[in-house]
Design a protein around this ligand. Structure first.
Ligand code: FES
Length: 80
């Protein structure tokens, strides 16, 4: 059983829960004092790497929407 669960939120953050260590780009540990965090994947958070809810107002759409659209288009054209 994995120690960490990462959930991709629809058009939103990456919700991370479990036992993990978060390291910044300088190799320094970012202290986590919660059982779960949400990481920004829209790029608009003012509190990176954490989500601050900005994805709700910036029009962010997760890649899953694009993948589903591409798959539907491919299925319609007979391509795989
Ligand atoms: S995903 Fe929430 S602010 Fe970027």
């Amino acid at each position: 059983m994995p120690d960490v669960k990462i959930t991709i939120r629809r058009n939103g953050s990456l919700h991370v829960e479990g036992l993990f260590t978060l390291i910044d780009s300088n190799g320094q540990e970012i202290p986590i004092n919660k059982p779960a965090i949400s990481l920004c994947r829209c790029g608009h958070s003012n509190n990176k790497p954490f989500c601050d809810g900005s994805h709700k107002t910036c029009g962010f759409q997760g890649a899953e929407a694009h993948i589903l659209a591409a798959e539907a288009a491919a299925a319609g054209s007979g391509a795989q």
